[in-house]
Design a protein around this ligand. Structure first.
Ligand SMILES: *Cc1c(COP(=O)(O)O)cnc(C)c1O
Length: 427
């Protein structure tokens, strides 16, 4: 028999049951562990601050765009990284402003640059053409500080999620950077940043170390050639989490140490006008492991394979259907059963799409109707990737803080879904 409950759930069985009562027995829903998010966030900050005292992480809002989560992270000194107008508006509502906001967008409309500028956000440009476009959007002004996103192209091997940098739509080439910073300087920009993000869900420390080397070498070359100072290096997001049992979490202390090693080797001896601060814009590693999707089995079906139908679907968690992502699953209280029999199932939702599966051929405890199934590691890029195909409603979000479970987003209703429709049929 397979061992089946190896990955410990971040919530106790009692906490899951309490959340179901709080939710009036309405599943599915996302549940976050507020205290664990805070504890992990503090650990990340203090690890990097040992080497880089002015370090902070700008939490990528798209990972978990909920004001309560943003506010918790703000309380421990994290900023936010926004890529759209909606994300800027959320940041504003939470009371973030100025250098607490990073704006790393691409293919950006004017209105978003204007909002980012009004909030005093640090704007990260994705292309050389965006310098004139931004200048124009701001009516001939430029922010005091501008950062540029570097795409190292052939200098960097692809990460399996983002793909080869040469084929990625993001950033400026190494050559363009020189011309772009010179242009920014001529337009009166006096403070500069450099950004790079070429990985997603990456667990290998060496990958981030390599990126840091590329960034540091580029920064030194540009700073010397153009005689400018750099205030900030943004290492991007993309730190992975152990979705699978055989994976290990990134050690923040070790990572910070490796990056500092390269900083001491490349940046410090270059005797630049100023030493840049180091920042990141991670989302997944901040909240990912500290959320679960709670769903119930509603049907079983035995044809060429064994299926369990649950009340959640791809609209609540898109990652497995979209890119075959693995999410560990457990069945509530199955470890207390006398009979520890397991069975291989496909765990499926109700969309009219055959990729609406949370797991394929997965060994799980035998599942019956109304069993509670917990899908792990949905704290980032979970609820936020939701959609309304087949008219599916997006679920509520709850958070555990201390011994309290609070609703931080109610579930959508059919009124919400139909709000944009006109039912007056006499056109
Ligand atoms: C998605 C994204 C992030 C966050 O990525 P994670 O994998 O959640 O860390 C950060 N910056 C940019 C520009 C992104 O697009």
């Amino acid at each position: 028999m397979q061992p089946i409950s190896e990955k410990q759930c971040i919530f106790s069985s009692e906490e899951i049951k309490k959340s179901i009562v709080t939710a009036d027995n309405i599943t599915p829903f996302h549940l976050y562990h507020g205290d664990r998010i805070l504890e992990n966030g503090k650990k990340m900050l203090s690890a990097f601050r040992q080497y880089f005292p002015s370090y902070t992480n700008f939490f990528a809002v798209k990972a978990t765009p909920n004001p309560h989560i943003l506010s918790l992270l703000k309380s421990i000194g994290m900023g936010v990284d926004c890529s759209s107008l909606a994300e800027l508006l959320l940041a504003e509502k939470v009371g973030l402003k100025g250098n607490e906001i990073m704006f790393t967008s691409n293919n950006t409309p004017k209105s978003e640059y204007i909002k980012a500028y009004e909030l005093g956000a640090t704007i990260n440009l994705d292309d050389i053409t965006q310098i004139d476009y931004l200048h124009d959007a701001l009516g001939g002004k430029m922010p005091e500080m501008v950062s540029l996103r570097y795409n190292p192209g052939p200098l960097k091997n692809g990460n399996c999620f983002i793909g080869k940098p040469q084929e990625a739509k993001f950033g400026l080439t190494g050559e363009q950077l020189f011309e772009a910073y010179a242009k920014l300087k001529s337009l009166g920009v006096s403070r500069f940043g450099l950004h790079c993000m070429v990985a997603s869900n990456e667990l290998k420390l060496e990958y981030f170390e390599e990126t840091a080397v590329l960034l540091f070498e580029t920064l030194v070359a540009v700073a010397k050639k153009l005689d400018i100072g750099f205030e900030m290096v943004n290492l991007g997001g993309g730190i992975g989490i152990p979705y699978r049992l055989d994976q290990t979490a990134v050690d923040f202390y070790r990572l910070a140490q490796l990056i500092d090693g390269q900083f001491q080797k490349i940046v410090v001896p270059a005797q630049l006008k100023q030493l840049p601060s180091i920042v990141t814009e991670c989302g997944r590693v901040v909240t990912g492991p500290y959320g679960v999707l709670v769903t119930k089995a509603i049907h079983s079906k035995s044809i060429y394979r064994e299926y369990i139908g649950v009340d959640a679907c791809m609209a609540n968690l898109m990652r497995p259907g979209m890119y075959n992502a693995y999410h560990y699953m457990s069945v509530l209280d199955s470890e207390k059963r006398d009979d520890q029999t397991t069975k291989k199932y496909d765990i499926v939702g109700s969309l009219c799409e055959n990729n609406d599966k949370f797991a394929v051929d997965r060994e799980l405890p035998v599942i019956s109707r109304d069993d509670v199934i917990i899908i792990h590691d949905t704290g980032a890029h979970g609820h936020s990737m939701g959609f309304n195909y087949n008219g599916k409603l997006r679920s509520a979000e709850y958070i555990l803080l201390g011994d309290q479970i609070k609703c931080i987003r109610r579930a959508e209703t059919y009124d919400d879904l139909f709000r944009t429709l006109d039912f007056d049929l006499k056109l």
